[in-house]
Design a protein around this ligand. Structure first.
Ligand code: OGA
Ligand code: NI
Length: 353
């Protein structure tokens, strides 16, 4: 059990695992039947079993011509649950499929080629690792990831992995356009001018992540991604057909199953912060599964190159409703989250007044 692993032994196991540069996929390929102790989560993690209820996570059709109804749906979804599906979002089905395939190709390619990208250095054009918080989280998640800042300026083409660079660029261009649409709608949902959030750069940049969750021999002992909120304004998520994403809603884990053709959009910490808690950064996680690998693609909207400080907007502050957070630059907040495990303490807590 994780509890009898001494800190020294744990560190040694983490280092040994990290040095393989083969991630969780490497363990599975080696044929392990039992998961290493560093991945075992405490039993509390598995309380409150999930239930499915599609009505909790609404679907918003972006092709609707009834704008005021769309804005209203986005407002209630972002205030009540912090997450919604979008359909007719403008990203073609073949681009979404090829993006998922590209991430799968990266993770399933020859281990020696993949190893060259393995790094925890954030300044790399493309970073491949397993668990960004491996060395400071209480227990590791059953996943490997690639990450790259794709907007406002993508890395040089040659520095992106050959197996997915074309689709990564194409998909990112589409997500950029979708971001403009979404932030206009969210601005209106907040009662602001449609250009408001764009004018303060919320839609200007994003970081791409391509997760690979290998099939797990003991899925009841670990999780893919532990409970957390996102350090973004908005997150756009594309998941394959496997499932496993859940949100914590009124103390219950609720499944957010894949719906073909749709994307999942969730509110992140920075939108909760600037709206002074009007919008809700939803807690979510990914459970492990014993059957098949799962692939997901996540774009975190936030522009790391912006020097702007973000605090609660004056529109959401009054004498009755004082600011609930201190302001921050995105860089400061990001640096903090990079060194903060996905544990039980919400990251936004740090800025609470
Ligand atoms: C994340 C995340 C969900 C998923 O990367 O922050 O929540 O489905 N990912 O992979
Ligand atoms: Ni997340």
């Amino acid at each position: 059990m994780a509890s009898i692993l001494s800190p020294e032994d744990r560190l040694a196991e983490l280092k040994a695992f990290d040095e393989t540069k083969a991630g969780v996929k490497g363990l599975v390929d080696a044929g392990i039947r039992e998961i290493p102790r560093i991945f075992i989560h405490p039993p509390e993690t598995f309380h409150n079993n999930s239930f499915s209820c599609l009505e909790i996570v609404p679907t918003i059709d972006l092709s609707s011509t009834n704008r005021s109804s769309t804005v209203e749906k986005i407002r209630t979804a972002s205030e009540d649950v912090g997450i919604f599906y979008v359909t007719n979002h403008g990203i073609p089905m073949n681009v979404m499929d090829e993006m998922l395939n590209g991430v799968r190709r990266f993770h399933e390619q020859d281990a020696e080629v993949k190893k060259k990208f393995y790094s925890r250095d954030e300044s790399k054009a493309l970073m491949y690792d397993s668990n960004f918080d491996l060395f400071f989280s209480p227990a590791a998640g059953w996943r490997d990831s690639i990450a790259s800042i794709m907007a406002p300026t993508p890395p040089p083409y040659e520095e992106l992995p050959e197996v997915c660079r074309d689709i990564l660029i194409e998909y990112s261009n589409d997500v950029k356009k979708l971001g403009v649409v979404l932030f206009r709608l969210v601005s209106e949902a907040l009662g602001l001018d449609p250009d408001y959030l764009g004018n303060i750069d919320c839609d200007k940049g994003f970081r791409f992540l391509g997760h690979y969750y290998p099939a797990c021999p003991q899925p009841d002992l670990t999780v893919g991604t532990p409970k957390h909120t996102d350090a973004s304004f908005l997150t756009v998520l594309l998941q394959d057909e496997i499932g496993g994403l859940q949100i914590l809603h009124q103390d219950q884990w609720v499944d957010v199953p894949p719906v073909p053709g749709s994307l999942v959009v969730n509110v992140g910490d920075l939108l909760q912060l600037i709206s002074n808690d009007k919008l809700k950064s939803v807690e979510h996680r990914v459970v492990a599964n014993g059957k098949e690998p799962r692939v997901s693609v996540v774009c975190f909207f936030r522009s790391l190159s912006s020097s702007r400080a973000y605090g609660p907007l004056e529109e959401f502050v009054s004498s009755d409703n004082p600011p609930r957070y201190r302001g921050t630059t995105i860089r400061d907040y990001f640096n903090y989250t990079l060194n903060k495990a996905l544990d039980n303490i919400p990251r936004l807590q740090r800025l609470k007044l």
